[in-house]
Design a protein around this ligand. Structure first.
Ligand SMILES: Cc1ncc(COP(=O)(O)O)c(C=O)c1O
Length: 342
């Protein structure tokens, strides 16, 4: 029986993850201290760039969600109200909402067909002097084809660059962080991302002064409610069973029940669906979720192999006339011929 591949049913969760979530649930010591948080920070700082040992030290702070990290970051940058943040048109509401909630304006830039990332010509066309921040998205974990040019554009125009790798990244696929202090990278550990603790996020920056502000802001955040953390662990415990019994209908019934009873925390809340930033995702990243993430990080090479195999399956089953321009990491985009895009 082939396992189901579905966005809703996170593809990185396995029975190993269930086991660690169960262990975490009954181990009070896994909820205390910061040893897993430190391990996750260490992994994050080491895994993104090849040259991290020679390049400027990257300072890392952790959050409960990428959207909260973005809002805290924009606040730490003291961007004047009314300034513009350039983002790509094809993005998540979780990117635009923190921008708007800070009284800033998103400027939507078109994307390329090959990497689904920001189109530099459209950026140059739409650029105005009030663009103070730019979010460069690695859609589906694909490194943007024009990364170097966009980094240079930001340097030339004194724009703060947020390199958004929330969807995921192949470890060490970036040579180095840009040679500027006006920079940070954003990672996320939600259920639809490469690595998942159901919620979670990291910001890396070579800018020590900025990182100190971020770290202080992070310390001021409330702890995530225990009920929310329990529900994240429950998700990890039950998801593999749902996924692997889905074709037998048991999984379908469990999945439906979990939706009806609101058992699992929602990835996007109804407040966000209504177009408002939701403060309920703004918490400290809990040690116990860091523990589950760290266990998944240890199995990352196997996880990457599984994902590449799933991508290979999709590729062999693409309908005629549809193309997948590049190898995506955790989702599978394909382009429809123009005539079918009604
Ligand atoms: C491109 C991108 N950046 C940032 C985020 C925010 O991450 P989080 O879900 O952890 O808030 C998302 C969410 O899906 C996203 O798609």
């Amino acid at each position: 029986m082939k396992p189901l591949i579905s966005l809703d049913l996170a593809n990185q969760e396995t029975f190993q993850d269930s086991k660690y979530a169960l262990q975490a649930l009954f181990s009070p010591q896994k909820w205390e201290g910061d040893s897993a948080l430190s391990s996750v920070k260490h992994f994050v700082a080491q895994s993104v760039y090849i040259t991290v040992s020679q390049s400027p030290e990257m300072h890392t702070s952790l959050y409960f969600s990428g959207r909260a990290a973005l809002r805290i970051l924009l606040s730490a940058l003291h961007v004047p109200t009314g300034s513009v943040v350039a983002i790509q048109g094809f993005t998540c509401a979780a990117v635009a909402l923190p921008i708007v909630s800070m009284g800033l304006k998103p400027l939507y830039i078109d994307i390329n067909q090959d990497d689904f990332s920001m189109n530099i010509d459209d950026l140059k066309r739409k650029y105005r002097e009030n663009v103070t921040v730019l979010i460069l998205q690695h859609s589906f974990g694909i490194v943007p084809a024009k990364r170097d040019e966009i980094i240079q554009f930001c340097k030339d125009h004194h724009i703060f660059l947020i390199e958004d790798m929330a969807h995921g990244y192949i470890p060490h696929s970036l040579q180095s962080p840009p040679d500027t202090l006006n920079y940070c990278a954003l990672l996320a550990f939600g259920r639809s991302k490469l690595l998942s603790s159901v919620f979670g996020s990291a910001v890396l920056t070579p800018n020590k002064a900025l990182s100190d502000v971020l770290e202080n802001a992070q310390k001021e955040l409330p702890n995530a409610p225990k009920s929310l953390v329990y529900r994240c662990l429950l998700y990890k415990m039950l998801l593999p069973t749902i996924k692997y019994t889905y074709p037998l209908f048991i999984g379908r019934i469990l999945h439906r029940l979990s939706i009806m009873t609101k058992l699992f925390p929602r990835e996007i809340s109804s407040v966000e669906v209504a177009g408002q930033y939701d403060k309920n995702y703004e918490y400290k990243y809990p040690e116990v979720l860091a523990f589950t993430l760290h266990e998944q990080i240890r199995r990352l090479p196997i996880l990457l192999e599984t994902i590449q195999a799933a991508v290979g399956e999709y590729k062999t089953h693409l309908p005629q006339g549809m193309t997948s321009p590049t190898t995506p990491l955790n989702r599978f985009p394909y382009l429809l011929p123009k005539s079918s895009a009604k």
